[in-house]
Design a protein around this ligand. Sequence first.
Ligand code: NI
Length: 227
Amino acid sequence: MLIVVPKVLTKEQVAASRMVTDDAKWIDGRATAGAQAAAVKQNMQLPDSAPEARQLSEMVLEALFKSPLFVSFALPLRVLPPMFNRYGSGQFFGSHVDGAIRGIPGTGARMRTDVSVTLFLSEPDEYDGGELCVVDSYGTHEIKLQAGDAVLYPATSLHHVKPLTRGFRVASFFWVQSMVRDERARTMLFDMDQTIQKLTTSLGVKNPEVVGLSGIYHNLIRYWADA
Ligand code: NI
């Protein structure tokens, strides 16, 4: 299952991010790719060590954790500090699956990548091509969002970024290790939580059945989650 989280960043935050990224020193994106991905990857990235990247990274994380939709879908345990990439005309990222395990910079710790996140920082009319294409059992989803919006999808998915034919596409990308490893369990919990939210709106938070269902939701989290 794939979801769009709209307006993670305000337009002001997007503009502030773009001031930083437009002036930044970009390096070859192959620096952070495994051998297989490097063979199909043609883009630029901000080095993790760049102070401006760290600042932006913190802003993106803070904004995301304020989003109930993000938390409900990802059930985050660990998050890799957001990174930033830029595609120019002719650049692309061929079909690949993201690496399963990544080191968390500066900590010596590692994490499993369960959910992939791309947050768009360029408006769709700033570039042609550059769609993020995610393949699942229902087909290929082409994603090109407003600046400030994010897409979340299972990190197990085959995906690619189509070649750009005009302009620049700037985005933030990173991974989440979920408290719930199994994607089917995670999806059912998400659907259940969203349904409970709707029932809460129509029946009220004190409704006995809403209270009962919320209890079942939390007990399922207790059953499935690692925290
Ligand atoms: Ni990828």
